[in-house]
Design a protein around this ligand. Structure first.
Ligand code: NAD
Length: 330
């Protein structure tokens, strides 16, 4: 694969103010909102933040400071200015004059509706509003709007300043072109977008994570392997390949020159047998306790902060390589 073919590399060079979105508003300065804010600032946006928690401003400023060296290492701060950050006393003030609004308030339908009702009258004509929601559906959130034409799902992966993926979704109540404009905005700040075409719980990527974790739990429950070994089987095996491309393209490379068609023919019986024997565990209390016990050698040896730091350092290294790595011979 040539470097330019990888979506991360393709979106590595963001353009300042691509698509003319101008100022950005970030509603909610929690785990997700403050990470979004750091990314938007790095991309040269002026960012207005509203969060009613009096501690939020200090937390957001600290998060921006912490994220900046990583964003710089990834080449994402060329146009950036951490001083472009402004805190607002109410959500209307934050969205006034903003071309793009990212909503990252807690995952409660009534609260999200309250926020939409508050900001809707203050939005400019062309402003696009996206929700970070992981669990709520677009339809549920649209009920909080008088007119949801400008509103899309813009679901990131934690932490949004680091993990490139954003899942964007509109539906028949979304105005034509709004999904494309949202995708153009995200790509202008260095993100990689996909479009979710139909409403399903968990969108796309969380469903994929759930499918894999379900089988990981099944293998532990059945005594096939321990928690640490199952994790290693992912991170030291297929997980490494998945950072370069997805499973279907990888299998295209798994049966020589015949490509994917040959792979399907050769391995259909094996996969169908495996599909038929996959587990359907539930994350009940006993299962959770088994997983927690299985992880204890790691969780007792290292703090969550240490493990998170290591994860983020390694992700940064992989991303830097994907952006700047060797081109394939042409
Ligand atoms: N945490 C994750 O891993 C993750 C990943 C992807 C998407 N999301 C989604 O992002 C959204 C935010 O999640 P989070 O993890 O950042 O939650 P969080 O609880 O860390 O942060 C929410 C923030 O919103 C603030 N808030 C409360 N009421 C508000 C209001 N009326 N207006 C503005 N701000 C308000 C809170 O003070 C808090 O700082 C949720 O919809 C969640 O599903 C979370």
């Amino acid at each position: 694969m040539s470097r330019s073919e990888h979506p991360v590399a393709r979106n590595g060079q963001h353009r300042s103010d691509q698509g003319g979105f101008g100022r950005v508003a970030s509603l909610g300065g929690g785990v997700i909102g403050r990470s979004w804010t750091a990314l938007f600032l790095a991309a040269g946006k002026s960012v207005a933040v509203f969060d009613p928690d009096p501690e939020a401003e200090a937390r957001v400023r600290r998060a921006v400071e912490d994220a900046w060296p990583t964003l710089t290492r990834l080449g994402l701060t060329e146009h950036g200015d951490p001083d472009g950050l402004h805190f607002c006393a109410d959500p209307r003030q934050a969205v006034e004059g903003a071309g793009f609004v990212q909503e990252s308030v807690p995952e409660r339908t009534a609260l999200k509706h309250e926020v939409y009702a508050a900001v809707e009258p203050a939005l400019g004509d062309g402003t696009v509003v996206a929700s970070s929601a992981s669990g709520l559906t677009l339809t549920e959130m649209q009920r909080g709007w008088r007119d949801p034409a400008r509103f899309v799902l813009g679901h990131p992966f934690n932490p949004p300043h680091l993990v490139p993926l954003v899942e964007v979704m509109g539906n028949e109540r979304t105005a034509p072109g709004v999904v494309d404009r949202a995708r153009a905005f995200y790509e202008s700040v260095g993100k990689v977008t996909i479009e979710v075409r139909r409403e399903v719980p968990g969108h796309v990527a969380n469903r994929l994570q759930a499918a894999l974790w379900r089988e990981a739990i099944h293998l532990v429950n059945e005594g096939v392997a321990g928690v640490e070994d199952v994790d290693t089987a992912v991170s030291a095996g297929p997980g490494l390949r998945w950072a370069t491309t997805g499973p279907t393209q990888l299998f295209h490379l798994g049966a020589g020159d015949g490509g994917l068609a040959a792979f399907c023919e050769r391995y259909a019986d094996s996969f169908n047998r495996w599909f038929d024997s996959l587990g359907r565990p539930h994350l009940d209390r006993a299962t959770a306790e088994r997983l927690v016990a299985g992880l204890r050698p790691i969780s007792e040896a290292h703090s969550v902060d240490e493990l998170s730091h290591r994860r983020d350092e390694l992700i940064t290294g992989v991303l830097a390589l994907l952006r700047n790595g060797p081109r394939s011979p042409s």
